[in-house]
Write a protein that binds this ligand. Structure first.
Ligand SMILES: [Zn+2]
Length: 269
């Protein structure tokens, strides 16, 4: 395993606090199902109605992802959506056959279920970013569990899939939650600070820090970010990058482990 792979292990950290990026994700349904006996506190949280048959997401076409230990890959990640600019972003990604990872807010999933279905249908990866972007370290374990489960339920009811990753808001995750995770924790090595600058040129400039194996933190709820994507995609494509999901970039991420980057040419499979 290369030094860049599985760069961040939070096994011993009481609290994971990576940055002030304002991003994070919750846990998947597996987390609760595998690690906790469902009890009254988990019941009654699912309020969304199942999608009708003609609204259900179709499985993404099977594809063979590139071998990121042989070619240059990057995982573009977008937090806090879906939102008003996500559909435009999906079209831009399609132009490069780019796959991305979306860390969704449960409340926004409820508002935009069709966009979640579109993300899934186009082969993008879905991660849990909590219901309302609250700091998981500032709530009880039981409340955090409910929050994450509620978000997982919303994603499943909207698009028929479970989030495969978590990204806790603010990168903050209590150890008591982390040890129960049944999914990997997706962090990042390139923070565009797009949420802070809200500036297209600044976001493009920040993306110049991308190297093979990077996981890039962005937010599709900001127009300035989506406006930066044509240039970012064009520049990276010209450099020979393949746009992959976080799971594809890492290879076989392990539950409960935090990953800040993935494979790059020269790293071992
Ligand atoms: Zn966020």
């Amino acid at each position: 395993m290369s030094s860049r792979l599985a760069a961040l292990s939070i096994a011993t950290a009481a609290v994971l606090t990576l940055s002030l990026a304002g991003c994070s994700a919750p846990l998947s349904e597996k987390w609760v199902r595998y690690s906790f006996a469902p009890g009254p506190e988990e019941s009654g949280e699912a309020t969304a109605t199942p999608p009708s048959e003609d609204q259900g997401a179709k499985p993404a076409a099977e594809r063979t992802p590139p071998n990121c230990s042989k070619v240059k890959c990057v995982a573009l990640t977008f937090d806090d959506g879906p939102g008003s600019y996500t559909t435009e972003l999906l079209s831009l990604l399609d132009q490069y056959d780019a796959k991305a990872t979306f860390f969704l807010i449960g409340g926004n999933v409820k508002k935009h279920p069709q966009i979640v279905r579109d993300e899934v249908a186009k082969g993008h990866e879905i991660g849990n970013h909590t219901w309302a972007h609250k700091d998981l370290t500032k709530m009880s374990v039981a409340a955090a569990k409910r929050d994450l489960q509620k978000t997982d339920d919303a994603v499943k009811q909207a698009a028929g899939v479970e989030p495969t990753l978590v990204r806790p808001p603010f990168g903050s995750l209590p150890r008591s939650l982390k040890k129960n995770l049944a999914v990997p924790i997706a962090l990042w090595d390139v923070d565009t600070l797009d949420w802070k600058t809200r500036n297209t040129k600044s976001t493009i400039k920040a993306a110049e820090k991308i190297v093979p194996g990077s996981i890039v933190l962005m937010h599709d709820i900001h127009k300035s970010t989506v406006d930066a994507m044509p240039t970012i995609l064009k520049d990276l494509d010209a450099k020979g990058y393949h746009f992959v999901t976080v799971t594809e970039l890492i290879g076989h991420p392990k539950p409960g482990i935090g990953y800040g980057s993935g494979q790059h040419p020269g790293s071992k499979d």
